[in-house]
Write a protein of this length. Structure first.
Length: 483
């Protein structure tokens, strides 16, 4: 093949490297299956048996969903380590996609609580693995200085949001018309499509896709495998013996997230491998970690409280037909697709005049609080209009675009040279903590007393945002020139 032909092939997917199409596809279908399943999960847990559900207490069901969501991000940390130390990102991605598909099959074909247990564990592990490696593989398609990189990531993230948009629409429709297990089955089919197209094209990925960044010495591998096997056995035994009660799962994930985050901060801050400037930057990240956890504890209630709200309080009538509850979860991806480019353009045009990262975090947290206060005018209404909830979810999206895209970016900027991966893990731990908290908080939601629930959480988020804003001058000094 001539150099010209190689260059042409390297631009065969909308001017991007051809393997991007493969990664775009597997991520699109993984998100289709992930959000499609999650769109109907909570109502499956708490709907009565005559409606096809399991009849679990609503608060407990919300806690399970929160614990599951938090576990996805906890497993991201684990699979990032496996990628860096043992297997490389490509093998981890492929294996993780298989776990995702197996989990959806479990939900579709295994009845009752056993199906939920097996399915959610496998999907949480697999989705964490995909999340930990897919972005790394996309970055590996581009040489340093390749001007196509940003556009390539934009195409990739479009796939994420297309999957998140379509998944709940189709699985919700199947659930409404013929039953929950058919909806879960469609999620499995979607993941199978993504896995198949990925398997057919994985050989086209560059050689660095299999690169193990920091290989674990061979003499330490048996110990790691032994610890991993012991942990799996303990979890299985605890689950089968009922020692992990469903109503305490979110508490367990919250505690694990806090313990892991504190351990990471202590290890990094006490290490002799970082200098004074790096230590100050890590200290600057602590308030933003707290703000991030608070933000996600409200934002992720789209899958807990907002689902319950959509089921019981929302007017879902469209021309005499009541659309599925899960369709509400497709509203946010629409806004993201529309607004992501707007925000990117705004920050580009502002350049050095754009707000610093602490200010963006503060604004995102406070605006998330405002979104919760916007529920208050509807507290006394019998049925909430769809446009009203859509407007609130628009505010959710604005808050997300202020905080979420810069979260991983700032961790890489503030990370000490010796702890780059661990700092990224810290951001994921803030998401894990917030997601688990969203399930725990949902247990306090009461449709008969919405003013207290939305009002208190909204005010707390605004106060946290204001506090972070007040700390911004100090944080900017600690950040040592990082914006």
């Amino acid at each position: 093949m001539t150099a010209a032909q190689t260059e042409q092939q390297d631009r065969s997917f909308f001017g991007q490297p051809r393997p991007l199409a493969n990664l775009f596809g597997v991520e699109l279908w993984e998100r289709f299956s992930f959000y499609g399943m999650q769109g109907i999960l909570l109502i499956y847990l708490y709907y009565e048996a005559d409606r096809g559900g399991l009849g679990i207490n609503q608060g407990t069901a919300a806690g399970i969903v929160g614990a599951y969501g938090g576990s996805v991000y906890l497993s991201t940390v684990i699979f990032a380590w496996l990628s860096d130390r043992l297997f490389g990102p490509e093998k981890v991605l492929f294996g993780s996609a298989i776990l995702v598909m197996a989990g959806h099959i479990g939900l579709a074909v295994i009845p009752g609580v056993l199906g939920v247990t097996v399915g959610l564990i496998l999907v949480a592990l697999g989705s964490g693995g995909v999340k930990a490696t897919a972005t790394t593989l996309v970055g590996g398609l581009y040489r340093e200085g390749d001007e196509r990189r940003d556009a390539g990531f934009s195409i990739f993230y479009l796939g994420i949001n297309l999957g998140a948009l379509v998944g709940p629409l189709l699985t919700g429709l199947l659930q409404e018309e013929i039953g929950f297990h058919y909806g879960f089955g469609l999620a499995a089919v979607g993941m199978a499509i993504g896995l198949t197209q990925y398997a057919l094209g994985r050989k086209r990925l560059p050689a660095n896709a299999n690169h193990v960044a920091n290989p674990l010495p061979a003499n330490r591998r048996p110990m790691v495998y032994g610890i991993a096997a012991a942990v799996v056995i303990v979890i299985v035994v605890l689950a089968l013996t009922g020692a992990l009660p469903a109503d305490r799962l979110s508490d367990i994930v919250i505690v694990l997230s806090i313990v892991a985050a504190v351990a990471y901060f202590v290890v990094i801050l006490t290490s002799h491998r970082i200098n004074v400037v790096e230590r100050r930057r890590v200290l600057a990240f602590i308030p933003m970690f707290i703000a991030s956890a608070a933000f996600w504890s409200l934002y992720q209630q789209q899958f807990t409280v907002i689902t319950i709200y959509s089921d019981t309080r929302l007017d879902r009538n469209l021309g005499g037909w009541e659309f599925p509850v899960s369709w509400v979860q497709s509203i946010n991806p629409v806004f993201i697709i529309i607004l992501a480019g707007v925000f990117a353009t705004l920050w580009t045009r502002l350049g050095d005049r754009q707000p610093s990262t602490p200010v963006k975090f503060a604004a995102g947290t406070a605006i998330m609080g405002v979104a919760f206060l916007l529920f208050l005018p509807f507290a006394m209404t019998t049925k909430v209009p769809l446009l009203g909830l859509a407007g609130i979810l628009l505010v959710f999206t604005i808050a997300e675009l202020l905080l979420s895209p810069v979260g991983l970016s700032v961790t890489t900027k503030l990370a000490p040279e010796a702890f780059r991966t661990q700092m990224v893990a810290l951001f994921f731990l803030s998401v894990a903590l917030g997601t688990a908290l969203s399930g725990e908080l949902a247990g306090y939601y009461n449709a008969d007393d919405e003013v207290a629930y939305f009002g208190i959480l909204g005010v707390v988020a605004i106060v946290l945002g204001g506090t972070l804003l007040a700390l911004t001058p100090m944080l900017k000094r600690l950040m040592g020139g990082v914006r």
